[in-house]
Design a protein around this ligand. Structure first.
Ligand code: ZN
Length: 174
């Protein structure tokens, strides 16, 4: 396993659409291992492969990291079968949008099908925070970030801040 660098906005790679995985083989499993280690190290509760620059439809999640117990979920080629009409609101953040948070409305339940770590077909009926996290991560596969749901003004302010932070970091590194 290896820690990978997490890309941050603005970065055109984050805007790419990710491609389906043909076969869940050792390479994909080793990608998932790296993603999980990178996510726990950040620390975060979800990560899509595109966030480490790999445009594949692979997501890792763990929204239940209590008392050091890990409960990872691996989603390969996830597809939403059904979404509820009712919305719920959570304050969202993103490892690719560091230090920024905003309240986002999303369907409070979703039913998805996917392949697991071993390539086995599975389904989840997700609700609450898990439903929100899955939808947030699945947006990454389409090149969408949570800040895209904000007003143009708010989004521009956030992207400007992030660009400044990046430049400041570059200066220190040099
Ligand atoms: Zn994210």
């Amino acid at each position: 396993m290896a820690l990978r660098q997490i890309l941050t906005e603005p970065n055109s790679i984050l805007r790419q659409k990710s491609l389906p995985v043909d076969l869940v083989d050792e390479n994909i499993q080793s990608l998932m291992d790296d993603m999980l280690e990178t996510m726990y190290g950040a620390p975060g509760i979800g990560l899509a492969a595109i966030q480490i620059g790999i445009p594949k439809r692979v997501i890792v999640l763990d929204i239940d990291q209590k008392e050091g117990k890990k409960n990872p979920i691996f989603l390969v080629n996830p597809e939403i079968i059904q979404k509820s009409k009712n919305l719920s609101t959570y304050e969202e953040g993103c490892l690719s949008v560091p230090g920024q948070f905003a309240e986002i409305d999303r369907p409070d339940k979703c039913n998805i099908k996917y392949l697991d770590y071993y390539g086995v077909k599975k389904e989840i009926n997700a609700e609450g925070m898990l439903a929100t996290c899955i939808q947030h991560e699945m947006d990454h596969l389409e090149g969408i970030l949570f800040i895209d749901y904000l007003s143009k003004l708010k989004k521009t302010m956030i992207v400007k801040k992030l660009s400044k932070q990046k430049k400041a970091l570059e200066r220190i590194v040099v």
